[in-house]
Design a protein. Structure first.
Length: 311
């Protein structure tokens, strides 16, 4: 589907609009500049969370990537529900770009790819994600001007660093070149991300907000970063369990399909109770020095017997 920004009827108008954006001087009091400067520290902290650093290095397990996609699904479902609610509200309407930006359908495709047709029955909102979702709903229903902060934090990030994560995930997880599993990062209706971001910032700067409201929006954007970091930390805790398992056993316990919580071993690892996985109990026993010595002796005897028999 062609973007609204690429429609033949509006092509000339949009070209002029982009030129005006590129030529307009930027004021330190513009909302886009206040957000850029006011969230710089939060942005750096988010980039330096262990989850993001590991992700950028390609150290991400498929199961963890699936859980991250689940978190995004609940986050964007809340965000876009509130954006739809406020699409005619002057404090947000200029930033309403459903065709270009909305991610719900893309995330549904990704979850269907990872979990199957009944993906809705296999996922649930995590504790950290639920807190993020609750805040978005509160803002959308009671302080809609602050919705600008959440939309800015998510979508501008998706069009920037998100494109790097797309390539890393595709390579690290050996996902199809046809982009199944990473539709979230694909913006088919934006032909030029840089120009679109310029347009988006210009629309933000044109919003009629006083100084106090702008400060509240910057504060809310920092809250949005903190919510994201809490989700990252939550994923990192799960990721450490997954990484530890891969190192210890060398065999995948979970095949990447279905609900990870149904595996007794992971239930035990994640503190949800349940007996240990028999296979991994055996592996744990096999790693004991005394047992390894006995096994080595048995292997040596067996090898000697086999050699004698062949000779």
């Amino acid at each position: 589907m062609p973007s609204a920004l690429e429609s033949p009827e509006g092509a000339e108008e949009d070209t002029l609009r982009y030129e005006e954006i590129e030529g307009d001087p930027v004021s330190p009091m513009d909302l886009s500049e206040l957000l850029k400067e006011g969230t710089k520290e939060s942005h750096d902290r988010a980039e330096n969370t262990q989850f993001v650093k590991d992700f950028l290095k390609g150290r991400i397990k498929k199961e963890l990537f699936k859980l991250a996609t689940v978190a995004l699904h609940f986050t964007y479902s809340a965000l876009e529900e509130e954006m739809d609610r406020n699409k005619d509200n002057p404090v947000f309407a200029p930033l309403y770009f459903p065709v270009e930006l909305h991610r719900r359908e893309a995330l549904a495709k990704d979850l269907k790819y990872f979990y199957g047709e009944d993906w809705k029955e296999k996922i649930q909102c995590s504790e950290a994600t639920q807190q993020y979702v609750d805040r978005i709903h509160h803002v959308g229903q009671h302080e809609p001007e602050l919705l600008v902060a959440h939309a800015y934090t998510r979508y501008m990030g998706d069009l920037s660093g998100g494109q790097v994560l797309k390539k890393v995930a595709q390579r690290a997880l050996k996902l199809p070149s046809t982009e199944e599993g990473i539709q979230f990062y694909v913006f088919d209706n934006i032909s030029n991300a840089q120009q679109f971001k310029q347009l988006y910032r210009a629309r933000m700067n044109a919003l009629d907000f006083d100084k106090n409201t702008k400060e509240r929006i910057v504060e809310e954007a920092n809250k949005a970063f903190r919510f994201n970091m809490q989700v990252f930390d939550e994923l990192d805790k799960i990721g450490r369990s997954l990484a530890e398992e891969a190192q210890d056993g060398g065999f995948p316990v979970h095949d990447g399909k279905g609900d990870i919580r149904k595996c007794p071993y992971y239930a035990d690892k994640l503190g949800t109770g349940g007996p240990g996985c028999p296979f991994h109990a055996a592996l744990g026993l096999a790693r004991q020095p005394l047992v390894q010595l006995v096994l080595a002796a048995c292997v040596a005897v067996a090898a000697g017997a086999a050699a004698w028999y062949i000779l």
